[in-house]
Ligand binder design. Structure first.
Ligand code: ATP
Length: 467
């Protein structure tokens, strides 16, 4: 029987992980600190696999990892941490960890990881694959975010409706996904529907489905999101934008757990956990008569509020580091780093588009900043080009007007090459937008612009990263 050790100061984690591993057929011992584990190592010899937490009182998990690598270099170690940032992951991998497990984790996932790691070690001595933390890992080490993570851990288990509030781009969908992933429904679908993104006349059939011929254009039966989410979670984003008649219908479905498809006669029963989100003040909408108070009460059994990024600036460095690392992994290039003044610029900025804006900015910097170290000027330039919120204000007319004003000004100044100048600016803007859109992939960017790759490469000139 393979022997597995679990080192974690949290009794709860030790207990549940050890129990799950025992059930999977391993012989498991738990230790609450590094010193006890090292003492047992000296006494009884090494286990076949070891799980360790990173942050523990006394010597932390990375110290343990270092000692283990010195004493039993072949022992596979899985490092667990609630701090799913690049720094601790990178530290762990540098220290020789085989795998990284971010907390809170799914027990089945942990057991599967143990089995995979043991099998890989058994098969060959080749180093295991380095895995970056999963892209849907929530980053945050500020008090507000820690409180939120604890709440997610608790709420995931309870079958309650949750209302997630927060400005656009604060991570509401990510939180909804985490609630699902950590819940007993995790094996079943997570289905998301952005109420604001769907024309109101189609929303009802999107939610509840329709029968063939239910209305003009409904050629075939369509399964709605409620049905798709059966036994799983339905995430209703921008719930404040739902039209009133549909709110009434939603309320009934939530109360009864059953409904008819549009144009249908068959009663459909579903078991769905609904998580709703909004950036609007629903109480104000209720006061205005635009949102039903009874629906609000039903959805708002528990409320999770995501603070805007400007109220948790201490998370900016970790988030930026993580996004730059993700971009680098995608571009198969070394991760760029922020010079101090560049980071200071980010820390001082207000981020109206919150984490999404920061993420877009980092991807843009990863693709376009000229050097490995990102300068403050690069951040300034990227901020100017990265709208905080979806901008609807600048339309084509505005563009024409500004171009005409620019041309008139240049002519007045005596320029005689404004066509070339304008073309250069125009192309640069298009290229940058396309490269940003494709995550720096030139071939795809060229295709999206309707150009050949060679044309794009010629125009961008040498010295840029090949992708
Ligand atoms: N704490 C976080 N850690 C890591 N990534 C995050 C975090 N919060 C948000 N993100 C990333 O920022 C982007 C926006 O997040 P998300 O879509 O969850 O925001 P939202 O609040 O649902 O936005 P909207 O209100 O516009 O729908 C996503 O790419 C998400 O992965």
């Amino acid at each position: 029987m393979k022997r597995v050790w679990v080192v974690d100061d949290d009794r709860g984690v030790r207990f549940v992980l050890a129990t799950a591993l025992r059930e999977a057929g391993y012989k498991v011992d738990g230790f609450e600190n590094t010193a006890d584990a090292l003492a047992a190592l000296a006494e009884r010899g090494a286990p076949d696999l070891l799980f360790t937490d990173v942050r523990m009182p006394g010597d932390d998990g990375l110290v343990l990892l270092e000692r283990l690598k010195a004493q039993v270099p072949q022992l596979p170690v899985i490092v667990m941490s609630a701090y799913t940032d690049v720094a601790s992951t990178a530290g762990a991998f540098r220290g020789g960890a085989h795998e990284f497990l971010s907390k809170p984790f799914d027990l089945d996932e942990a057991v599967a990881l143990a089995a995979r790691t043991l099998a890989a070690v058994g098969e060959s001595a080749a180093p295991a694959q380095v895995e970056l933390p999963k892209d849907d890992a929530l980053i945050g080490d500020t008090p507000a975010m820690r409180t939120l993570f604890r709440a997610i851990g608790r709420l995931a288990q309870a079958p309650l409706s949750v209302l997630i509030t927060g400005e656009t781009g604060t991570g509401k969908e990510l939180v909804a996904r985490a609630l699902h992933r950590e819940s007993p429904r995790a094996e079943h679908p997570f289905v998301a529907l952005n109420t604001a993104a769907i024309p109101s006349e189609l929303l009802e059939s999107e939610l509840f489905g329709h029968e063939a011929g239910a209305f003009t254009g409904a050629q075939r039966r369509h399964t709605g999101r409620f049905e798709q989410a059966h036994r799983g979670t339905l995430f209703l984003d921008e719930i404040g934008d739902m039209p009133l008649p549909l709110q009434t219908r939603l309320l009934r479905v939530l109360a009864e757990g059953e409904f008819f498809r549009v144009g249908g006669r068959e009663l459909i029963r579903v078991d769905v956990r609904v998580i709703a989100a909004t950036h609007q003040d629903l109480e104000a909408l209720v006061a205005d008569g635009r949102f039903r108070a009874d629906l609000l009460h039903r959805l708002d059994v528990v409320r999770l509020h995501l603070p805007p990024l400007r109220e948790r600036r201490d998370d900016i460095p970790r988030l930026a580091e993580r996004f730059l690392a993700s971009a680098a992994a995608r571009f198969e290039a070394p991760a760029k780093r922020l010079a101090k003044p560049a980071l200071e610029r980010m820390l001082g900025y207000d981020w109206p588009g919150n984490v999404r804006q920061l993420e877009n900015l980092c991807w843009r910097l990863a693709a376009l900043a000229p050097a490995e170290i990102i300068a403050r000027a690069d951040v300034d330039e990227a901020l100017a080009a990265t709208p905080g919120k979806d901008s609807t204000g600048s339309d084509d007319d505005d563009w024409d007007t500004r171009l005409a004003a620019w041309a008139r000004a240049q002519l007045a100044l005596g320029s005689d090459d404004i066509h070339a100048q304008a073309r250069e600016r125009f192309e640069r803007v298009l290229f940058e937008a396309a490269l940003e859109h494709t995550g720096g992939r030139r071939t795809e960017a060229a295709a999206r612009l309707g150009l050949g790759r060679n044309t794009l490469t010629r125009k961008l000139g040498p010295g840029r990263r090949r992708t």
